[in-house]
Design a protein around this ligand. Structure first.
Ligand code: HEM
Length: 371
């Protein structure tokens, strides 16, 4: 039996502190897809004693064994969800940790996930784009520093983190393989998810404000959503630095985990405008049955609320312009995603969500955000 399986069994029998570090080190050594059965058995036994965050962590660790592996478990979303309401802090934590990992690979290329380490120039590029994403959030949090560089940002973030945040950050990165760039891929997806969750809150308040006849609040929420989506967009430049060969290598283990399963993305889409019946009945929504059910039972959308709100002409125009601003930010997001996906997939047109991949995205890209 491996040392980490022994640590886990000792915890199951005797309690005390769960051996997080030993388990995480083991997962990084093999990649989630190839963790040996002995450790998986020990983790299954431990689960019967676990509650709270530890239980969520074990569920995420055991997703491949349980047959529950999907986008949510790949990104460890159950561990991130409690932190979503504080979008700026979570964004800074995720990106700062990504930059820390890149810097660590420069210092020690044989460290965790040693396959295809990046060279210095590539790391510098990643750090530059990462810093662009978090600068506005650092300002709003009052954490901005003169001469912000990635290393000092990480040191500052590290000194401010609560125990809860530290545990979430350590446990929420569980690559399926041992390729360096998968770390980046996971953190990029998680950062976008964090912003989608914030956009959902904005669209909910925009729809609510319109229903209450408060045009100014709706306008503000829509511009805020558009600004946030643009602010996080340099993450596309980060993920575009992923080496295609690295992506294709770990992708062999990610079948079944696709962002088509992102609840926040589909909630965002349907809070903007009720999806047409064909889309609602397609794989796009079959992959998010909770959202599909919500829409079917009548999720209030901004589009509908705008159509029925009693607004002055000036208010009508101002809210219309804010809607156009949000729609433009979503269209730009979709176009960039499509370009990246076609480059990464090449001739391999299928998606990990079992769609016809890039042609699915080409169609989805044309869907109007509002009527
Ligand atoms: C290497 C990079 C990427 C590739 C090759 C890629 C590819 C794809 C493909 C083929 C789909 C169609 C569904 C499927 O069968 O899987 C899809 C959907 C989607 N992807 Fe990506 N993707 C990439 C990066 C990202 C990133 C970084 C995000 C950010 C969250 C993202 C978000 C989404 C969303 C939200 C959908 C669902 C779109 C819809 O249903 O209309 N993707 N992606």
């Amino acid at each position: 039996m491996s040392a980490e399986a022994v640590f886990v069994r000792t915890w199951t029998v005797g309690g005390g502190d769960f051996p997080y570090q030993a388990v995480l080190t083991a997962y990084r050594r093999w990649g989630k897809a190839l963790v040996p059965d002995g450790l998986l058995d020990a983790l299954c036994e431990a689960r019967s004693q676990a509650t709270g965050t530890l239980l969520s962590f074990l569920d995420v660790l055991l997703d491949k064994r349980d047959g529950t592996y999907d986008y949510r478990s790949y990104l460890a979303l159950p561990l991130l969800t409690p932190h979503f309401p504080d979008r700026d802090t979570l964004t800074v934590l995720l990106v700062a940790d990504l930059m820390r990992f890149e810097l660590a690979a420069c210092d020690d290329p044989a460290g965790p996930l040693p396959v295809m380490p990046p060279d210095d120039a590539l790391v510098q590029k990643r750090l530059r784009h990462g810093l662009r994403v978090i600068r506005p959030a650092l300002d709003r949090l009052g954490w901005a520093m003169p001469d912000t560089d990635a290393r000092t940002v990480w040191e500052m973030v590290d000194s401010k983190m609560s125990d809860d945040q530290r545990l979430m950050l350590r446990c929420s990165i569980l690559p399926v393989d041992v390729v360096h760039d998968e770390y980046l891929f996971i953190r990029v997806l998680q950062t976008f998810e964090t912003s989608f969750a914030a956009l959902v809150r904005d669209l909910e308040s925009a729809a609510g404000a319109l229903t209450a006849g408060n045009a100014a609040a709706a306008e503000e929420a829509l511009h805020h959503a558009a600004a946030l989506l643009r602010e996080v967009s340099p993450m596309w430049s980060v993920v575009a630095t992923m080496r295609v060969e690295a992506f294709r290598r770990f992708r062999q283990w990610t079948e079944g985990a696709s962002a088509i399963q992102s609840r926040h993305y589909k909630l965002m889409e349907s809070l903007a405008r009720r999806p047409d019946p064909a889309r609602l009945g397609s794989a796009a929504y079959e992959n998010v049955p909770e959202v599909q059910a919500l829409v079917m039972t009548g999720l209030p959308s901004v589009d509908e609320a705008y159509g029925t709100a009693r607004l002055t002409l000036a208010e009508h125009a101002a809210v219309g312009a804010a809607m156009a601003d949000f729609a433009a930010s979503v269209d730009a997001w979709r176009r960039t995603h499509y370009r990246l996906a076609t480059r990464m997939l090449g001739n391999d047109t299928g998606g990990t969500g079992y769609t016809n991949g890039t042609s699915y995205l080409a169609q989805a890209r044309e869907i109007p955000v509002f009527k």
